[in-house]
Design a protein around this ligand. Structure first.
Ligand SMILES: CCCCCCCCCCCCC[C@H](O)CC(=O)SCCNC(=O)CCNC(=O)[C@H](O)C(C)(C)COP(=O)(O)OP(=O)(O)OC[C@H]1O[C@@H](n2cnc3c(N)ncnc32)[C@H](O)[C@@H]1OP(=O)(O)O
Length: 259
């Protein structure tokens, strides 16, 4: 396997850390980067030692969008023939372990869409989110119109997508796009600490919790509650659930076996 050119990959305990690394283009998402990113995410998903994944960029940019220079000469026939976006740009959605986006600087266009494909976003106080595609004569093409609207509501999403304006970390937290805002210098440590906590719990239970929350985007309330109930009841088949509840009753820390 050749060394990746556009990403840096490392492990921090039980957390897989992927850093987008195209600083000269503010981590613009070119096809080659997306292929490397997909491979790294799948590798961590298959690694039993890893319980959570952190995806981040540089201090200046998480990702400034899809690579405009790579797209500018493509025509309708090209993007349809290649099923651009649909063909391999949604690998994040196939990852079963929690993927935490740690965003500093610009997360624009596909960069914001990539962050929203992750399970949660931790933002540095320098983060700026936006879907400026309209300034280029296109609309968001990797879920931005759907996920941003579900995350922040129609009016704010519509304003951002129709004007291309950015929103800073404080507004993103108020709007519910990000879970927390931290000082930029603490972003990676905070995201890894969060990942370590998640990785300390029962892996199948973490996977079921992630599936249940994500289902809220995809189903009616009744269907989502039904799925949640089935997954909750499934936990009672796991030794980890027995251990977790016994540990509480015996006033000791649980030792989960499925980690
Ligand atoms: C593995 C599976 C994962 C699946 C995830 C899939 C994610 C989605 C990916 C596909 C998405 C396609 C659909 C998407 O909705 C479409 C888009 O994203 S369109 C692009 C939207 N982004 C933008 O419009 C932002 C463009 N950039 C800027 O406005 C500015 O660069 C900035 C961010 C405001 C910063 O400005 P400055 O500080 O002045 O810096 P520069 O402008 O000088 O930039 C420095 C350098 O970087 C190059 N660059 C910046 N952004 C891009 C880009 N998007 N594409 C290509 N290159 C970019 C810029 O040209 C400079 O380079 P130089 O000229 O010096 O060579």
């Amino acid at each position: 396997m050749p060394m990746p050119e556009h990403i840096l990959v490392e492990t921090r305990g039980a957390v897989g850390l992927v850093r987008l690394n195209r600083p000269q283009a503010l981590n613009a998402l070119c096809d080659a980067l997306m292929l490397e990113l997909g491979a790294a995410l799948r590798a961590f998903d298959a690694d039993e030692a890893i319980g959570a994944i952190v995806l981040t960029g540089s201090e200046k940019a998480f990702a400034a969008g899809a690579d405009i220079k790579e797209m500018k000469d493509r025509g309708f026939a090209d993007v349809v023939a290649d099923d651009f976006i649909g063909n391999r740009w949604e690998t994040v959605l196939e990852i079963r372990k929690p993927v935490i986006a740690a965003v500093a600087g610009f997360a624009l266009g596909g960069g914001c869409e990539l962050a929203m494909m992750c399970d949660l976003i931790i933002a540095a106080d320098t983060a700026k989110f936006g879907q400026p595609e309209i300034t280029l004569g296109v609309i968001p093409g990797a879920g931005g119109t759907q996920r941003l609207t579900r995350a922040v509501g129609k009016s704010k999403a519509m304003e951002m997508i129709l004007t291309g304006r950015m929103m800073d970390a404080a507004e993103a937290e108020r709007a519910g796009l990000v879970a927390r805002v931290v000082p930029a210098a603490e972003l990676i440590d905070e995201a890894v600490k969060l990942g370590e906590r998640i990785a300390s719990f029962s892996r199948p239970v973490v996977a079921m919790a992630k599936e249940a929350v994500n289902a809220a985007f995809e189903s009616s309330l009744a269907e989502g509650v039904r799925l949640e109930r089935r997954l909750f009841q499934s936990c009672f088949a796991l030794a980890d659930r027995a251990e977790g509840m016994a540990a509480f009753a015996e006033k000791r820390k649980p030792v989960f076996v499925h980690r």
